[in-house]
Design a protein around this ligand. Structure first.
Ligand code: NDP
Length: 260
Protein backbone atom coordinates (compact mmCIF):
# COMPACT_ATOMS: atom_id res chain seq x y z
CA UNK A 1 0.00 0.00 0.00
CA UNK A 2 1.41 3.41 -0.99
CA UNK A 3 0.89 5.71 1.99
CA UNK A 4 1.67 8.79 -0.07
CA UNK A 5 4.73 9.76 1.99
CA UNK A 6 7.27 10.34 -0.79
CA UNK A 7 8.52 13.92 -0.66
CA UNK A 8 6.87 14.62 2.71
CA UNK A 9 8.77 16.03 5.70
CA UNK A 10 8.17 14.42 9.10
CA UNK A 11 9.42 15.57 12.51
CA UNK A 12 9.69 12.84 15.15
CA UNK A 13 10.40 14.04 18.70
CA UNK A 14 12.30 11.46 20.74
CA UNK A 15 13.45 9.91 17.48
CA UNK A 16 16.78 8.71 18.87
CA UNK A 17 15.53 5.51 20.49
CA UNK A 18 12.80 2.85 20.58
CA UNK A 19 9.48 3.74 18.97
CA UNK A 20 10.65 7.12 17.66
CA UNK A 21 13.71 5.61 15.99
CA UNK A 22 11.61 2.87 14.34
CA UNK A 23 9.15 5.53 13.18
CA UNK A 24 11.94 7.61 11.64
CA UNK A 25 13.23 4.53 9.81
CA UNK A 26 9.76 3.76 8.45
CA UNK A 27 9.26 7.34 7.18
CA UNK A 28 12.66 7.23 5.47
CA UNK A 29 11.86 3.84 3.88
CA UNK A 30 8.62 5.33 2.55
CA UNK A 31 10.45 8.23 0.85
CA UNK A 32 9.92 11.03 3.40
CA UNK A 33 12.60 13.36 4.79
CA UNK A 34 12.88 13.10 8.56
CA UNK A 35 13.92 15.28 11.49
CA UNK A 36 14.62 13.58 14.81
CA UNK A 37 15.35 15.16 18.17
CA UNK A 38 16.33 14.04 21.65
CA UNK A 39 18.28 15.55 24.55
CA UNK A 40 21.36 13.33 24.45
CA UNK A 41 23.79 14.08 21.58
CA UNK A 42 25.49 10.67 21.71
CA UNK A 43 22.18 8.82 21.46
CA UNK A 44 21.28 11.02 18.49
CA UNK A 45 24.60 10.31 16.76
CA UNK A 46 24.09 6.60 17.27
CA UNK A 47 20.54 6.89 15.84
CA UNK A 48 21.87 8.73 12.78
CA UNK A 49 24.36 5.89 12.24
CA UNK A 50 21.60 3.28 12.62
CA UNK A 51 19.46 5.19 10.10
CA UNK A 52 22.35 5.31 7.64
CA UNK A 53 22.87 9.10 7.67
CA UNK A 54 21.79 10.51 4.35
CA UNK A 55 20.69 13.88 3.03
CA UNK A 56 17.07 13.29 3.93
CA UNK A 57 17.77 13.03 7.69
CA UNK A 58 18.40 15.84 10.19
CA UNK A 59 19.11 15.13 13.87
CA UNK A 60 19.18 17.90 16.47
CA UNK A 61 19.65 18.00 20.23
CA UNK A 62 16.45 19.52 21.57
CA UNK A 63 14.56 19.18 24.86
CA UNK A 64 10.88 19.48 23.92
CA UNK A 65 10.26 21.12 27.30
CA UNK A 66 12.39 24.08 26.21
CA UNK A 67 10.30 26.27 23.88
CA UNK A 68 13.33 28.13 22.53
CA UNK A 69 15.02 24.87 21.58
CA UNK A 70 11.83 23.72 19.85
CA UNK A 71 11.71 27.04 17.96
CA UNK A 72 15.32 26.50 16.82
CA UNK A 73 14.39 22.97 15.73
CA UNK A 74 11.56 24.36 13.57
CA UNK A 75 13.81 27.03 12.04
CA UNK A 76 16.54 24.50 11.25
CA UNK A 77 13.96 22.10 9.78
CA UNK A 78 12.74 24.80 7.42
CA UNK A 79 16.31 25.77 6.44
CA UNK A 80 17.08 22.14 5.72
CA UNK A 81 13.87 20.86 4.09
CA UNK A 82 11.73 23.95 3.43
CA UNK A 83 8.50 22.66 4.96
CA UNK A 84 6.87 20.29 7.47
CA UNK A 85 3.92 17.98 6.74
CA UNK A 86 3.94 15.69 9.78
CA UNK A 87 4.68 16.02 13.49
CA UNK A 88 4.96 12.94 15.72
CA UNK A 89 4.91 13.91 19.40
CA UNK A 90 6.67 10.88 20.81
CA UNK A 91 9.33 12.16 23.25
CA UNK A 92 8.94 11.10 26.85
CA UNK A 93 9.04 8.36 29.42
CA UNK A 94 6.84 6.96 32.19
CA UNK A 95 7.00 7.50 35.95
CA UNK A 96 6.43 4.57 38.31
CA UNK A 97 4.67 5.79 41.47
CA UNK A 98 1.56 5.27 43.57
CA UNK A 99 -0.53 8.16 44.88
CA UNK A 100 1.23 7.85 48.26
CA UNK A 101 4.70 7.94 46.74
CA UNK A 102 4.12 10.82 44.31
CA UNK A 103 5.37 14.11 45.70
CA UNK A 104 4.13 17.50 44.48
CA UNK A 105 7.42 17.96 42.63
CA UNK A 106 6.82 14.61 40.86
CA UNK A 107 3.31 15.71 39.85
CA UNK A 108 4.73 18.98 38.53
CA UNK A 109 7.43 17.21 36.52
CA UNK A 110 5.16 14.52 35.10
CA UNK A 111 2.28 16.82 34.16
CA UNK A 112 4.78 19.19 32.57
CA UNK A 113 6.45 16.43 30.56
CA UNK A 114 3.26 14.84 29.30
CA UNK A 115 1.47 18.09 28.38
CA UNK A 116 4.30 20.32 27.20
CA UNK A 117 5.94 17.58 25.12
CA UNK A 118 2.77 17.89 23.02
CA UNK A 119 2.02 21.60 23.49
CA UNK A 120 5.42 23.09 22.59
CA UNK A 121 6.07 21.20 19.33
CA UNK A 122 2.43 21.41 18.21
CA UNK A 123 2.26 25.17 18.77
CA UNK A 124 5.64 25.81 17.16
CA UNK A 125 5.17 23.62 14.09
CA UNK A 126 1.50 24.54 13.59
CA UNK A 127 1.96 27.30 10.97
CA UNK A 128 4.10 24.91 8.93
CA UNK A 129 1.58 22.07 9.27
CA UNK A 130 -1.21 24.45 8.27
CA UNK A 131 0.73 25.41 5.15
CA UNK A 132 0.92 21.76 4.08
CA UNK A 133 -1.79 20.11 1.96
CA UNK A 134 -1.53 17.05 4.25
CA UNK A 135 -0.76 18.41 7.73
CA UNK A 136 -0.93 15.75 10.42
CA UNK A 137 -0.02 15.31 14.09
CA UNK A 138 0.25 11.95 15.82
CA UNK A 139 0.54 11.83 19.60
CA UNK A 140 2.15 8.73 21.08
CA UNK A 141 0.02 8.09 24.12
CA UNK A 142 -0.67 5.10 26.33
CA UNK A 143 -3.54 2.77 27.25
CA UNK A 144 -3.08 4.24 30.72
CA UNK A 145 -5.14 7.18 29.43
CA UNK A 146 -8.20 4.92 29.64
CA UNK A 147 -7.04 2.14 31.95
CA UNK A 148 -5.01 3.55 34.86
CA UNK A 149 -2.52 1.36 36.71
CA UNK A 150 -2.14 1.65 40.49
CA UNK A 151 1.68 1.71 40.23
CA UNK A 152 1.58 4.52 37.63
CA UNK A 153 -0.99 6.88 39.13
CA UNK A 154 0.61 10.12 38.06
CA UNK A 155 1.49 9.01 34.51
CA UNK A 156 -2.02 7.56 34.06
CA UNK A 157 -3.72 10.82 35.07
CA UNK A 158 -1.44 12.82 32.79
CA UNK A 159 -2.08 10.43 29.88
CA UNK A 160 -5.86 10.85 30.32
CA UNK A 161 -5.47 14.63 30.16
CA UNK A 162 -3.36 14.40 27.02
CA UNK A 163 -5.99 12.20 25.37
CA UNK A 164 -8.57 14.88 26.13
CA UNK A 165 -6.24 17.50 24.61
CA UNK A 166 -5.82 15.39 21.45
CA UNK A 167 -9.59 15.43 20.95
CA UNK A 168 -9.77 19.22 21.38
CA UNK A 169 -6.87 19.73 18.98
CA UNK A 170 -8.48 17.48 16.38
CA UNK A 171 -11.50 19.81 16.30
CA UNK A 172 -9.69 23.15 16.60
CA UNK A 173 -7.05 22.34 13.97
CA UNK A 174 -9.50 20.84 11.44
CA UNK A 175 -9.83 20.90 8.50
CA UNK A 176 -6.19 21.81 7.73
CA UNK A 177 -4.43 19.55 10.22
CA UNK A 178 -5.49 16.07 11.35
CA UNK A 179 -4.65 15.04 14.94
CA UNK A 180 -4.70 11.42 16.09
CA UNK A 181 -3.14 9.33 18.83
CA UNK A 182 -1.99 5.82 19.40
CA UNK A 183 -2.57 4.11 22.73
CA UNK A 184 0.35 1.83 23.49
CA UNK A 185 0.30 -1.11 25.86
CA UNK A 186 3.81 -2.47 26.32
CA UNK A 187 6.43 -2.10 23.60
CA UNK A 188 10.00 -3.41 23.81
CA UNK A 189 12.07 -0.21 23.88
CA UNK A 190 14.74 1.76 25.71
CA UNK A 191 12.62 2.28 28.80
CA UNK A 192 11.97 -1.46 29.25
CA UNK A 193 15.70 -2.20 28.75
CA UNK A 194 16.44 0.31 31.55
CA UNK A 195 13.85 -1.34 33.84
CA UNK A 196 15.31 -4.79 33.05
CA UNK A 197 18.77 -3.61 34.14
CA UNK A 198 17.32 -2.19 37.39
CA UNK A 199 14.92 -4.96 38.34
CA UNK A 200 15.52 -8.36 36.72
CA UNK A 201 16.80 -11.26 38.82
CA UNK A 202 20.38 -12.35 38.04
CA UNK A 203 20.62 -14.89 35.21
CA UNK A 204 17.29 -13.94 33.60
CA UNK A 205 17.75 -12.79 29.99
CA UNK A 206 16.00 -9.68 28.68
CA UNK A 207 13.73 -11.78 26.42
CA UNK A 208 12.85 -14.15 29.31
CA UNK A 209 12.07 -11.15 31.51
CA UNK A 210 9.77 -9.59 28.85
CA UNK A 211 8.02 -12.95 28.30
CA UNK A 212 7.39 -13.24 32.06
CA UNK A 213 5.90 -9.75 32.19
CA UNK A 214 3.68 -10.50 29.18
CA UNK A 215 2.30 -13.54 31.07
CA UNK A 216 1.78 -11.50 34.26
CA UNK A 217 -0.06 -8.81 32.32
CA UNK A 218 -2.27 -11.38 30.51
CA UNK A 219 -1.58 -9.85 27.11
CA UNK A 220 -3.80 -11.85 24.70
CA UNK A 221 -1.13 -11.84 21.95
CA UNK A 222 1.26 -13.22 24.66
CA UNK A 223 4.17 -10.84 24.07
CA UNK A 224 5.37 -7.25 24.08
CA UNK A 225 5.00 -5.26 20.89
CA UNK A 226 8.05 -4.33 18.84
CA UNK A 227 8.89 -0.68 17.99
CA UNK A 228 8.44 -1.45 14.26
CA UNK A 229 4.84 -2.59 14.87
CA UNK A 230 4.08 0.64 16.69
CA UNK A 231 5.83 2.68 14.01
CA UNK A 232 3.60 1.12 11.34
CA UNK A 233 0.50 2.45 13.14
CA UNK A 234 2.03 5.91 13.68
CA UNK A 235 3.15 6.26 10.08
CA UNK A 236 -0.23 5.17 8.75
CA UNK A 237 -2.13 7.71 10.89
CA UNK A 238 0.34 10.42 9.87
CA UNK A 239 0.09 9.65 6.17
CA UNK A 240 -2.23 10.97 3.46
CA UNK A 241 -3.63 7.41 3.30
CA UNK A 242 -5.43 8.21 6.59
CA UNK A 243 -6.79 11.47 5.14
CA UNK A 244 -10.31 11.13 6.60
CA UNK A 245 -9.17 10.07 10.08
CA UNK A 246 -8.89 12.69 12.80
CA UNK A 247 -9.57 12.60 16.53
CA UNK A 248 -9.04 8.84 16.54
CA UNK A 249 -7.16 6.78 19.13
CA UNK A 250 -5.68 3.57 17.77
CA UNK A 251 -4.76 0.85 20.29
CA UNK A 252 -1.43 -0.86 19.67
CA UNK A 253 -1.48 -3.11 22.70
CA UNK A 254 -1.79 -6.79 21.79
CA UNK A 255 -5.44 -6.84 22.89
CA UNK A 256 -4.75 -6.08 26.55
CA UNK A 257 -7.37 -3.34 27.03
CA UNK A 258 -10.58 -4.18 28.86
CA UNK A 259 -12.79 -1.37 27.57
CA UNK A 260 -15.06 -1.83 24.53
P1 NDP B 1 12.72 5.19 24.70
O1 NDP B 1 13.27 5.48 26.05
O2 NDP B 1 13.34 4.11 23.88
O3 NDP B 1 12.71 6.55 23.82
C1 NDP B 1 12.32 7.78 24.37
C2 NDP B 1 12.82 8.89 23.44
O4 NDP B 1 12.34 10.16 23.92
C3 NDP B 1 14.34 8.99 23.41
O5 NDP B 1 14.73 9.35 22.09
C4 NDP B 1 14.63 10.13 24.38
O6 NDP B 1 15.90 10.72 24.10
C5 NDP B 1 13.46 11.06 24.05
N1 NDP B 1 13.12 12.04 25.07
C6 NDP B 1 12.73 11.84 26.36
N2 NDP B 1 12.48 13.01 26.96
C7 NDP B 1 12.71 13.99 26.04
C8 NDP B 1 12.63 15.40 26.06
N3 NDP B 1 12.26 16.07 27.17
N4 NDP B 1 12.92 16.09 24.93
C9 NDP B 1 13.30 15.43 23.80
N5 NDP B 1 13.39 14.09 23.72
C10 NDP B 1 13.12 13.38 24.83
O7 NDP B 1 11.19 4.86 24.98
P2 NDP B 1 9.95 4.50 24.03
O8 NDP B 1 10.35 4.36 22.62
O9 NDP B 1 9.23 3.41 24.68
O10 NDP B 1 9.07 5.82 24.25
C11 NDP B 1 8.42 6.54 23.22
C12 NDP B 1 7.13 7.11 23.77
O11 NDP B 1 6.20 6.04 23.98
C13 NDP B 1 7.29 7.82 25.13
O12 NDP B 1 6.51 8.99 25.16
C14 NDP B 1 6.74 6.78 26.09
O13 NDP B 1 6.28 7.34 27.30
C15 NDP B 1 5.60 6.18 25.25
N6 NDP B 1 5.12 4.88 25.74
C16 NDP B 1 5.91 3.78 25.67
C17 NDP B 1 5.45 2.56 26.14
C18 NDP B 1 6.28 1.32 26.04
O14 NDP B 1 5.86 0.26 26.52
N7 NDP B 1 7.45 1.37 25.45
C19 NDP B 1 4.12 2.43 26.75
C20 NDP B 1 3.35 3.65 26.72
C21 NDP B 1 3.84 4.83 26.24
P3 NDP B 1 16.75 11.50 25.25
O15 NDP B 1 16.57 10.73 26.52
O16 NDP B 1 18.14 11.54 24.73
O17 NDP B 1 16.14 12.87 25.34
Amino acid sequence: MDLGLAGRVAVVTGGSSGIGLATARRFLDDGASVVICGRDRERLDSAVAKLGGGDNLHAEACDVLDPEAVQRLAENTVSRFGKVDILVNNAGQARLSTFASTLDTDWDAELKLKFFSVIHPTRTFLPLLQASDAGAVVVVNSLLARQPEPHMVCTSAARAGVQNLVKSLSVELAPKVRVNSILIGTVNSGQWERRYRERAAPGVTYQEWLAGLAREKHIPLERFGEPEETAAAIVFLASPAAGFITGAALEVAGGVSRFA
